[in-house]
Design a protein around this ligand. Structure first.
Ligand code: MN
Ligand code: MN
Length: 514
């Protein structure tokens, strides 16, 4: 229901009085209101587009669905072209090897929405591929048929990441439809292989450095808030170093009745090695591993105080009754800014049900360390190797030990004093009426670090999904309100960043003059 005109006039009058500012801020308020009203009144259309996107099974894990990703990329490219963007569908040269077969990778999108050198340039990154989903996996709805139940839009990719990508596109469409000049230049980098590890993306970014050269701010909207209701901005992610520790005994598996008691069993060696890594309090026992962890400053500690974190809601979301820590701060600190070590599995072990009295001849333990700034991958690798070799040598086992680091991804940290964090904070306050939680993410999102390293630009993670969106699960959803308010908050962000960017230029010009 629209408010009567008299109320609206009074509202504007009140704003004028309170702000006691020039006509321009009233105009600005009107611009925000016009944009928000448009987004509200066109929400069904935005939901319909999301349904259309979710209907494409752009699963990047199963190679036979590669053509669907290509179809999805074409759909997104068409969408951006219709909005007036210059779109480059960039072929990714790398091919994926599967069973000796070369499978081509889908192209990525580099799009450009006008070019005014006087304005700052914001580049948005997102992905249009999804994790696999089948009704038979336990979905209550058809995963590729976006279904609305009690204000939630269920479907694969609804939150990860088609909804947020579309929220950005809806924002552009809103400005265009309202004939309001977008106050910044916008670029889009959209890929179709994120869930499979962003294959070929690093090369693509390096090959297209020129595309990023005039970018001022990079925004990624591919994670979620910490809570179900309070918005958040993410300024850091942990890295990941994955290890394989192999213990080899004789040439073949042995019978435990025939040989048990006279051989050095590889599995016993491996269990001892794995057991030496971390204690029951979650403390990593590898000597030196904490040496390079950045000290926790007072300012940083203070960021944790206002964070809304409902421990019981969180426990429900993850399905765990008891954690290693029982208060908010300790839990968040150990998730985000301290390293952790997890043991994942043992290759070569007998793992089926029933009994098999075997002594496996060769077993490989798998574990990983989520590292944080300023841990150094090379140092972590040598500390791990040194530690395992020390433990192994104490066992005086004749078996053969091999330790290898199979993958290493670096942590990422942003400066929360960057203008774009301030602008996003203002946009969030305007749309949601509260300040965002300033959060990190315990998992590894290599794209943030990759974009930061290659382009040297400020990167921000600006999520619009809620903590219970169930990304990758059989209940993936985005709520209608998060999707629509997410569209509004992106629009508000564009207005705020253009203002702050302009002000900062004025200040720096003044400084140069005086
Ligand atoms: Mn994602
Ligand atoms: Mn994902």
């Amino acid at each position: 229901m629209r408010s009567p005109a008299i109320v609206e006039i009074f509202h504007i009058f009140l704003i004028m009085l309170i702000l006691d500012e020039s006509k321009s801020s009233v105009l600005e308020e009107q611009t925000f209101q016009k944009i928000f009203e448009y987004i509200d009144s066109h929400q069904d259309q935005f939901v319909k587009t999301l349904k259309d996107w979710v209907a494409v099974e752009s699963d990047s894990i199963q190679p036979e669905l590669r053509k669907e990703i290509i179809r999805m990329i074409e759909k997104a490219a068409k969408h951006l072209e219709d909005l007036g963007a210059t779109v480059k569908v960039a072929e990714i040269s790398t091919q994926q090897q599967l069973d000796g077969q070369n499978i081509p990778l889908p192209p990525a999108i580099l799009a450009n929405l006008k070019k005014d050198p006087a304005k700052p340039t914001v580049c948005f990154y997102g992905h249009v591929d999804v994790m696999p989903a089948k009704k038979a996996d336990g979905w209550e709805t058809e995963p590729y048929n976006l279904t609305e139940i009690s204000g939630n839009l269920y479907g694969r990719g609804a939150s990860d990441n088609k909804g947020p990508v579309l929220a950005w596109i809806n924002t552009v469409a809103t400005f265009k439809e309202l004939n309001i000049d977008i106050p910044v230049n916008i670029k889009f980098l959209l890929e179709g292989m994120e869930e499979a590890g962003s294959l070929g993306l690093e090369e693509l970014i390096k090959e297209n450095k020129a595309f990023f050269s005039d970018v001022d701010y990079i925004v990624i909207s591919d994670n979620t808030w910490l809570s179900n209701n309070k918005p958040a901005l993410t300024y850091g992610t942990r890295g990941n170093a994955c290890f394989a520790v192999k213990v080899e005994g004789g040439e073949k598996d042995l019978h435990s009745g025939a040989l048990g008691g006279i051989v050095h069993e590889p599995m016993a060696d491996l269990i001892a090695l794995l057991d030496s890594l971390v204690n029951s309090s979650g403390y990593i026992l590898i000597p030196g591993i904490y040496d390079n962890v950045a000290p926790l400053t007072h300012e940083e500690r203070k960021l944790y105080e206002p964070i809304t974190f409902n421990l019981s809601e969180y426990k429900d979301n993850v399905g765990v009754k008891t954690f290693l820590y029982n208060n908010k701060d300790e839990i968040l600190l150990h998730l985000w800014r301290f390293p952790s070590l997890s043991i994942h599995g043992i290759e070569g072990a007998f793992h089926e049900s029933g009994i098999k009295t075997v002594i496996p001849s060769r077993v490989i333990g798998k574990f990983s360390i989520r590292q944080v700034p300023h841990m150094n991958l090379t140092a972590v690798e040598s500390q791990v190797k040194q530690h395992l070799e020390d433990i192994f040598s104490r066992r005086k086992s004749p078996n053969k030990l091999t330790v290898s680091m199979q993958m290493g991804a670096m942590p990422w940290i942003a400066n929360i004093n960057d203008l774009q964090y301030k602008a996003a904070g203002k946009a969030i306050k305007r749309v949601f009426g509260k300040d965002p939680d300033m959060i990190r993410d315990g998992s590894t999102i290599p794209i943030a670090r990759m974009l930061q390293d290659i382009t040297k630009k400020s990167v921000m993670m600006f999520p619009i999904g809620a903590a219970d969106d169930g990304e990758h699960s059989q209940k993936e959803k985005i709520s209608r309100s998060n999707y629509i308010n997410g569209t509004k908050v992106f629009a508000a962000f564009l207005l705020e960043i253009s203002k702050l960017h302009g002000e900062s230029l004025e200040t720096s010009n003044l400084k140069t003059v005086t």
